[in-house]
Design a protein around this ligand. Structure first.
Ligand SMILES: [Zn+2]
Length: 359
């Protein structure tokens, strides 16, 4: 972009933009190039943000897989990898995490001093200092896991990140159609994240949005949390894939072929998630975004789902507030990395250039 285009976009005066660009150039955060004008006038300069100056790594750890992404300052995924690996609290497992991080970093061609940090994204509750997880029910009965333990073979700064909040964060970066939204990550478990006023609301104990443990059925199915009848047991994708040996793609194949058992299961399942969606809508009166594994398959079924939610909703006659996530691949790993990048952007200072609003 040229200086005048940036000034118009940001509604800043030309001298202010020029001073800021000069400071950012000195910090190697923008690159400039001369463009010769065909009309014979003075050459103009074009500026580009240099996304490669810093990158961050996100590692998503689930019960059966490890996936990792490297993301640059422009928010682009520059390398990624996914491997089936059953979670284990063992040195061999921690070594495997280290190998996967080394692999994606190597493929990204980033140098060590360009790496802002590694987010270990977990299906667990996270302590406020982001150095411990607790309530690791999805990973087994592990009580507390420390970040230093899991990152024994990672030579960069590390911290934990909640998988649902990370996925919501990635969605907020790339989906500008929604501002205030409740992100429902529906995979092997169901987790919600209220994303309000531009950031996730964590709650007093970093436990906001745990919609999966609201009771849906009294004395219902046993949940891994120890209670019975939680939404978790009726709304996670396991409630679908348990008729296809845990293979969700195979379940949706059956559904597409109108297999009677898959159809019967689908009707019950949609009714259940419509209750979960309505609960979030009643609490926050915001848009609802469906992510997780389910989000990858929901597009053809949204009209059916919206109709069921409307039957629950006493106030609305249009359920257009429900949408499918736009960031569909490795949203949790990416969101963890994006948090590091965002924090770095907040630290960029152009104070000496005295930014001023022209309005
Ligand atoms: Zn539960």
């Amino acid at each position: 972009m040229s200086t005048s285009e940036i000034a118009a976009e940001l509604q800043l005066s030309l001298p202010t933009v020029a001073k800021n660009l000069s400071v950012l150039e000195k910090q190697n955060l923008v690159l400039s190039s001369d463009v010769r004008k065909n009309t014979g006038g003075r050459n103009s300069k074009l500026y580009n943000a240099d996304g490669s100056v810093h990158v961050a790594v996100g590692v998503n750890i689930t019960g059966h897989h490890i996936s990792a992404v490297v993301i640059n300052l422009q928010g682009h995924v520059v390398s990624q990898f996914r491997q089936r690996q059953v979670f284990a609290r063992s040195d061999a497992y921690y070594r495997k995490i280290g190998e996967i991080v080394a692999k994606v970093v190597r493929e990204s061609e980033a140098l060590d001093d360009q790496i802002l940090g590694v987010a270990l994204v977990m299906p667990s509750l996270i302590s406020q200092d982001r150095q411990h997880t607790y309530y690791n029910g999805v990973l087994g009965e592990e009580p507390v896991i420390s970040c230093s333990e899991l990152s024994a073979y990672i030579p960069y700064p590390t911290r934990f990140c909640h998988d649902g909040k990370a996925a919501a964060y990635a969605e907020s970066w790339f989906n500008h159609d929604v501002t205030d939204f409740f992100y429902l990550m529906i995979s092997d478990s169901i987790i919600g994240t209220p994303f309000l006023g531009g950031s996730p609301y964590d709650g007093l104990n970093q436990r906001s949005g745990e919609i999966g443990h609201i009771r849906m059925v009294r004395n219902g199915r046993r949940c891994y949390c120890g209670k019975r009848g939680c939404m978790e047991t009726y709304c996670s994708t396991k409630a679908l894939s348990d008729i296809t040996d845990g293979n969700l793609a195979a379940y949706f194949d059956l559904l597409e072929k109108k297999d009677p058992q898959a159809l019967e299961r689908w009707d019950e399942y949609l009714r259940n998630i419509s209750v979960a969606i309505n609960a979030a809508r009643m609490l926050f009166d915001c848009s609802i975004v469906i992510g997780g594994y389910l989000g990858q398959y929901m597009d053809p079924y949204m009209d059916q789902l919206r109709e069921l939610v409307l039957a629950e909703d006493p106030f609305c006659d249009d359920a257009g507030y429900i949408s499918v996530c736009k960031y569909k691949t490795e949203a949790s790993a990416s969101g963890g990395a994006l948090m590091y990048l965002d924090e770095f952007v907040q630290t960029i200072s152009t104070d000496e250039a005295f930014p001023e609003r022209s309005d």
